[in-house]
Design a protein around this ligand. Structure first.
Ligand code: SF4
Ligand code: SF4
Length: 464
């Protein structure tokens, strides 16, 4: 049986690196480790300039709130702790470490006997938290928090191996080259959630990976590899849940609300390494590709490596790119500085010419063909979202469920009128959120004022 969802599109895959084995990139002379690589509160540095650090040592922790630590990807000396701008224009601190080349491993990294068979939920959550693992498909939500909030609610545990965006092959190569650790990750998570079986979901353009996982799984009935139709955005949590369980995940709800929990495949691999060896997340697989990269590759690179060094390791740029993107072409983020370092969420670096990028067309025009409606996986009316956004009619946008849009870009991809639907949606979401914040602030001010009035009225009463 092939699993799928309603809507979506099959697009050109351009998976040039599908047959390129993962190459371990030599650690750079300097790494630049951002102290904010996850959703939640940023870390504060726990080291200072001049400190000597071991590979895997914690260099930043979150003092309060949601978040997970960051670690030194190399051994060496801290030479700077500085503030820089992210691609989103946000200021973050980062720790610069000069690599001493000694590869001195932190003493907390040791093999634990029977780690898989004896793991408990508490031990797993603590190991994953200490290892600083956050969602490696790009979402970067702290994994320990996802596990603990889903405990006791889960009927389906799904390992997301869809990798449905064009160009990216990091997950595909992980499945082919590290199947044992991935399967151990599933066994650990099955135990943690008390499940008899965990599901690994792979698109049918990666049947070699399906065969490899099944071969290594053997007759282990606690793991099932399910094959899904190759279609974008199959890797979106809502589409994955629908395809595998037939359940709709309502807008604003979490997968655990419908009994599901989903982990990216490299996250699952790192859960196994954290539980078995206390290994922190200090490196990841990055697909470096696009028609402007001389020799596209899948690289295992230390976090904090400048993107420019990964591109250089692939022979550099063969021509000037129109865009450099981290992540996929549909949902990734264009970069303005290719010296930006890789982080826990960087699964790909794409250098693309105009052949693969669609510039903004100021003469866009909707011809009411309805194609965007037929492909929207969220069953929205993208043409109206664009139209009401353009008119600034926030009420109608909300009425047409604009906030449910997952910004997958499928509608804009198919649109013959070049309507910039996703840009309109993003702009309107920002306006709606801003308006909500304004209303909340007004309500809070009014409540404060009335409290103040109440207490002064009571004082007056007291005097009488
Ligand atoms: S696909 Fe584009 S042109 Fe067609 S209805 Fe949607 S917005 Fe209009
Ligand atoms: S970007 Fe939004 S409106 Fe467009 S197809 Fe995706 S979910 Fe639907």
């Amino acid at each position: 049986m092939i699993y799928t969802f309603r809507g979506g599109i099959h697009m050109e895959e351009y998976k040039f690196t599908a047959d390129s084995p993962i190459e371990k990139m030599p650690a750079p002379k300097k790494v630049y480790v951002p102290l904010s690589q996850h959703i939640g509160a940023p870390c504060s540095a726990t080291v200072k300039i001049g400190d000597t650090v071991d590979k895997g040592q914690i260099i930043g922790t979150v003092e309060k709130g949601l978040g997970c630590p960051v670690h030194a990807p190399v051994s060496g000396k801290v030479t700077a702790i500085e503030e820089v701008l992210t691609p989103m224009g946000r200021k973050v601190s980062r720790v610069v470490i000069e690599n001493d080349g000694e590869e001195r491993l932190c003493e907390t990294i040791i093999k634990k006997e029977n780690a898989v068979s004896e793991v408990t939920p508490e031990a797993c959550i603590e190991a994953v938290r200490l290892a600083g693992i956050s969602g490696m498909g790009g979402a970067t939500f702290p994994t320990y928090a996802k596990i603990s909030s889903a405990l006791g609610k889960v009927n389906y545990m799904i390992i997301n191996c869809a990798e449905c965006e064009p160009f990216i092959t990091a997950d595909h190569r992980m499945m082919l080259e590290y199947p044992e650790e991935i399967l151990d990750g599933v066994r650990i998570l099955n135990k943690v959630f008390g499940l008899e079986k965990g599901l690994i979901a792979v698109e049918d353009n990666k049947l070699d990976a399906v065969a490899k996982l099944n071969e290594v799984r053997g007759n282990d009935e606690t793991i099932e590899v399910r094959v899904m139709k190759t279609k974008y955005p199959q890797g979106d949590e809502r589409q994955l849940i629908f395809a595998l369980t037939g359940q709709e995940l309502p807008a604003g709800k979490l997968p655990a609300d419908v009994g599901c929990v989903i982990f990216n495949v490299e996250t699952c691999y790192n859960v196994a390494r954290a539980v078995k060896y206390g290994m922190p997340l200090i490196e990841r697989v990055v697909t470096v590709t696009g028609d402007c990269v001389s020799t596209p590759k899948n690289l295992l690179a230390p976090l904090g490596t400048p993107m420019s060094e990964l591109i250089d390791f692939c022979g550099g740029l063969s021509k000037k790119p129109m865009k450099v993107i981290t992540g996929g072409p549909m949902m990734g983020m264009a970069q303005w500085d290719i010296n930006t370092p890789t982080t826990k969420g960087t699964n790909a670096i794409l250098a693309l010419s105009e052949k693969f990028t669609r510039p903004y067309d100021p003469n866009y025009s909707c011809i009411h063909c309805g194609k965007c409606v037929s492909v929207c996986p969220m069953h929205l009316m993208p043409l109206y979202l664009a139209q009401f956004s353009e008119q600034g009619d926030l009420g109608m946008c909300e009425k047409f469920n604009l906030m449910s849009c997952v910004e997958c870009g499928t509608c804009a991809y198919i649109c013959p009128g070049s309507v910039p639907i996703v840009q309109f949606v993003r702009m309107t979401k920002a306006k709606i959120n801003e308006e909500k914040r304004r209303q909340q602030a007004l309500a809070a001010a009014a409540a404060e004022k009335s409290e103040g009035k109440d207490s002064s009225d009571k004082k007056e009463e007291g005097k009488k």
